[in-house]
Design a protein. Sequence first.
Length: 560
Amino acid sequence: MSEERSLNFLEQIIEEDIAKGIHGGRVHTRFPPEPNGYLHIGHAKSICLNFGLAKKYNGLTNLRFDDTNPITEDTEYVDSIKADIRWLGFEWAEEHYASDYFEQLYEFAVALIKKGLAYVDDSTPEEIAAMKGTPTEPGKESPYRSRSVEENLQLFENMRNGMYKDGERVLRAKIDMAAPNMHLRDPLMYRIKHAHHHRTGDKWCIYPMYDFAHGQSDSIEHITHSICTLEFVPHRPLYDWFIDKLEIFPSHQYEFARLSLNYTVTSKRKLKQLVSDGIVRGWDDPRMPTLSALRRRGYTPASIRAFCERVGVQKRDNIIEVGLLEYFIREELNRTANRVMAVLDPVRLVITNYPADRVEALQAENNPEDASAGHRTVPFSNTLYIEREDFMENPPKKFFRLAPGQMVRLKYAYIIKCDSVEKDADGNITTIYCSYLPESRSGGDASGISVKGTIHWVSAAHAATAEVRLYDRLFKVEDPGNEEGDFKSYINPDSLQVVSNAYIEPALASAKTGDRFQFLRKGYFCVDPDTTTGKLVFNRTVTLKDTWAKEASKGEKAKA
RNA sequence: UGCCCGAUAGUAUAAUGGUAGUACGACAGAUUUUGGUUCUGUUUGUCUAGGUUCGAAUCCUGGUCGGGCAACCA
């Protein structure tokens, strides 16, 4: 008995098309990135959509690189894009490049010239812009608009043969300079760029514009449903016009609202700036919303897919709360990540009535959500490190952790009671002295005492160390792209906090790059590729939900 | 002020002429050897004015608000 899930608008369109027998019920989509940057979480939505739709309706999805602008594109990006799509869990049917179609597109252009539907314009970029008109005023026809077919054919061939400099001439479609839709005012089809292309090398010096490449590429591949984002809606009449005039396979374009996340930016231009300005350490800096960064941070493909599924697909602009993404990774890691203990901000704790030469190997369950995860042993001794924030000299009412005279349980171990503290000259606590209840050992507690709080710890003599990188949101404001001034002025200065010497339980010393753990009470962490044999580096993927922190900050606000 | 797109709780998303529901969040409580998890409960919504209809979030009209469009970018 499966739950009835309603169809999104694209699924409705596809089901109607299948019912009507359009294209024989065939569904073929494509994912068309431009190789000029790394994929981000917004692309994940598009990938899940295009591949997901095809899968649902027994269709296929092509990967096609929209590489019509040699200036900005690079194979580095091609490789990262392919890796990211596969990491997300999808495999394309065919791999194509718009540049593979350059010859065919050239022939299409020639065909339009022959039909009297395209012409070579000698105007300068400035003149062309001036003749475009404005949204409220019609444009003016170019003086070159009425050239003969023969002349256009010759000039276009000359363009191809490199007889002109960059910007000297363009090929334009002859449509309507008074069209209310600006994109129909004789749009450019080809421009001259004497530039090296990452795939075609120096073979071409004219390159098709997006509008003259995308729809035709879809058509060549017999794409049935060409799905793109909302900003291309006004391009659709042009998309249809070229296909109609060329009399080629009628692909159709459908548009959905792109995904935006709050407290971040998802504009390739802005992301690139963060990288080139050194604000982050690279495209895969774990604070970035790129897929490579999310991967490095510890996000799983399944959590991102679940997120994309959940946010749905619609035509209204939206900004999703990052909290939703965090929910999905917590949800998965809670089920799958082994628990371990790590102390990030240590303070020494000595159990005065525990023999100094004694070491116990305590049993610790790896994952309370998964019995099959088994157990490990954790060494216990009289000198431990605990989290500095787990002790307060003058605790507020509902503070269930350590305080003078107050008792807590050490996870997997004993109940202890704080007897005294030792401070340095500046008043900082250096050591907390406690006594333990020998009969309160975990698993065989005969003390009859129950305590409200349980804290994590590591044995000082047995602890290993690691660098731990704590991340917070990259921006201080919800929609940095829409704020006044430079978006970079809204960077959160505390987005990265490095703990260079965290104490971790010895079992963790053998962790490998990519391994994920829950640091008990602290969050989910993942071993970073910067890890070397001598030095472990962890990234905090996401914190645990922390109702105490919320409670405490409420108290702060009340005081203020 | 030309053309196009859109408007349902804080956020996102359903209801396709017939009881406005779900998820995340927030709030309250229970459980808990993680202030985690889990469970229970609560709160908050159809942009507006008309019209059609027995009945409108849904259809029609006007308005309001938001977004997009005038790159030899995609």
